[in-house]
Every structure is written in structure tokens, then in C-alpha cells.
Design a protein. Sequence first.
Length: 217
Amino acid sequence: MADDNSDPRETDEDQTKSTSTEAAESPDVSGELAGDLESLLAENADMRDKLLRTMADMENLRRRTEREKEDTARYAISNFARDVLTIGDNLRRAVEHVPADAAAQDPALKSFLEGVELTERELLNVMEKHGVTKIEPLGERFDPNQQQAMYEVPNTDVPDGTVVEVMQAGYTIGDRVLRPALVAVSKGGAKPAPKSEPGGNGFGPDVADDDIPDGGD
């Protein structure tokens, strides 16, 4: 038969060619797999980076939103509180307008003044409960962040730049100036020790003007 007469060498040659072909194709397949794996790893790293950035942005947004919410609650009454300050100013003027000796001689007037002072203290207490605090600069070094200098007074008994008179009380709300104190500042005395100021430009404080603060960082 023809099959029986086939040359065994031909069979060996065919097997050798098949093995050589597979061996030649094997590096190509390995190279493709390695390329696909590298591409997948790069894509995974890129997606992970984007995810981390998104998470960081969301956390920053959450913190900014909470801060804006707190600021809104804290400073929402700024304009209302500033208007109420005029009531306290008028109560203080009423007390200071009456001479002390006149009140001492008139029991009714004295009782009236005591009532006005009690009302003033109660008003300040209520305002303090809502974060509004009176600035007490008398005898302190002039602070342009909280005070506005109206004029200078020659005085060598105190260091230069000391507040020696307060014409109008100032107030803060939270960490902002609601209204600067109007003061007189000494000059001619000893130079005060250097003091670094965290802000301000020397022309007066930055005042909280809006009821609701601007958002953003």
C-alpha cells in the first residue's frame, strides 16, 4: 500500500516544520499579551488617579460647604446687629449727658439713670450671646484692624500710639469687625516695642459689610 511505502523521513520533516512554526509564533503571542497587560495596568493607574482626585475634590467641597454654612449662621445678623448698636450708643449718651452731681441731688433722676444703665447692660449681654462683643481699647496700643484713629493727642506719659480716648465704642462679631472703635491716639511718648500685625493696612479695619458672607476660599 502507498501508506506503507511512505518515507519516515518525510514525517519527521513535517513534525519539525510544525514545531518550528509554533515556536516562531509563540514570541508574537507573548508580546501581544505583555502589551495588553501593560495597557491595562496604565489604564488602571489612570482611573485610580482620577478616582483619588474626585474624592479629594468632593472632600474639599464638603469642607467648604460646612464652612460657608457656619459663616452664614454666624454672620447672618451683621446688618441687624450694626443697626442695634445705635440704640446702645444713644443709651450711653443719655447717661453721659446728665451731670453726676445732678443725679446725686435728684433721687428720681438717679433712679432713671440706673434704669438706663441697666437697659444698656442687658442689651450688651443679649448681643454677646449672639457673638457680638464690645472692643475695649482704652490704654491699649492702637490696632488698625479694630480701631480707627480720629486724631492724635500729645502725651509723653504713655508709649507712642496708645489709645487715650474712645469717642465711639467698637464691636466685633465672631472674628470680624462689626464696627471699628473711633479713638484718639497718643504721640510724643516712648516708642512701643515692635509688634507684628497679622493684617490691616494702617488705614482702618476691614469691616463685615454683608449679612451673608461670600462663598469660596
